[in-house]
Design a protein around this ligand. Structure first.
Ligand code: CP
Ligand code: NVA
Length: 308
């Protein structure tokens, strides 16, 4: 490992940030958004390149990172296993060694969390988790920015996660620890979040069986698809088991009067959320999607060293 490698910061999980860094990053995202809307150009990443490895599909993550790099003065390269040597079995460690000698940061969307960890262990440049089966930390940056813009600090508030105990749920649990809010999780039996992560979250996260109870008094209600990428074969079985966990107007009525509804998208209306909720007055899903751009620009600025 050389000196550059050992000093390098990665973003593989939300808890790779300290609390003060996370709070500052959200404020910076809000500031970068205002600068962009005011037409003020800001290009600290001139000549910098982000490599983006996608082993799963994406709309928001790809477009927000690529646009973000362009707005910051840099460049992004889309890499898919279909047309790189990664797809032909080149070891992840070798790919990390090679790519990180050419680019300034690498974003990876893949299946196993272990893959991003192995890549980061052999990378000379920052590695960003663009979604794994375990976590989706970039989404939570955008979600925390969105809450702050609408309702101020989330510290001390109550949020509800309703549906699958999946990658998004795990990152929400880490957000509850980092930003210090209460998260009430309602999942069908057998689809709970990882037990170790739940234990690590301590009193910040509590498991419920009843979505109404989880939503009770919540300032934020969030859900996600019932079958994530890679679980397409389970779709029919999950639809039946998850049916009582749809976020409906009745569930939202149990939340606080000014509760926000969030969804990372893509969404399935009539499954995890009713059309009346996602297209209703409490939904902030389009701002969440837009904030991927601003929050990740703040992240790129934070991780990629400038001025040399
Ligand atoms: N929310 C999210 O990550 O969307 P994409 O899968 O389109 O990137
Ligand atoms: N849980 C979903 C999130 C998609 C952004 C998935 O992993 O497919």
């Amino acid at each position: 490992m050389d000196a550059r490698q050992s000093q390098c910061r990665h973003f593989l999980t939300l808890l790779d940030l300290h609390e003060d860094e996370a709070l500052a990053l959200i404020d910076r995202a809000i500031e970068l958004k205002q600068m962009l809307k005011a037409g003020r150009g800001y290009r600290p990443l001139l000549q910098r390149t982000l490599a983006m490895i996608f082993e799963k599909a994406s709309t928001r993550t790809r477009v927000s990172f690529e646009t973000g790099m362009a707005q910051l003065g840099g460049h992004a390269i889309f890499l898919s296993p279909r047309d790189t040597q990664l797809g032909r079995g080149e070891p992840i460690e070798d790919s990390a060694r090679v790519l990180s000698r050419m680019v300034d940061a690498v974003m990876i969307r893949t299946f196993k969390q272990e893959t991003v960890e192995r890549f980061a262990a052999h990378s000379q440049v920052p590695v960003i988790n663009g979604l794994t089966d375990l976590y989706h930390p970039c989404q939570l940056l955008a979600d925390m920015q969105t809450f702050k813009e609408h309702r101020g600090e989330i510290r001390g508030r109550r949020a509800a996660w309703i549906g699958d105990g999946n990658n998004m749920c795990h990152s929400f649990m880490e957000a509850a620890q980092l930003f210090d809010f209460e998260l009430r999780i309602a999942c069908p039996k057998g689809f709970e979040p990882d037990a170790g992560l739940l234990r690590a979250a301590g009193d910040r996260c509590t498991l419920f069986r009843d979505p109404f109870e989880a939503a009770d008094g919540a300032h934020l209600v969030s859900t996600d698809v019932w079958a994530s990428m890679g679980q397409e074969d389970e779709q029919v079985r999950r639809r039946r088991l998850f049916a009582p966990f749809q976020v409906t107007n009745e569930v939202m009525a149990r939340a606080a009067d000014d509760a926000l509804f969030m969804h990372c998208l893509p969404a399935h209306r009539g499954e995890e959320v009713s059309a009346s909720v996602i297209d209703g007055r409490q939904s902030v899903v389009w701002e969440q999607a837009e904030n991927r751009l601003h929050a990740q620009k703040a992240l790129l600025e934070f991780l990629i060293p400038t001025g040399c």
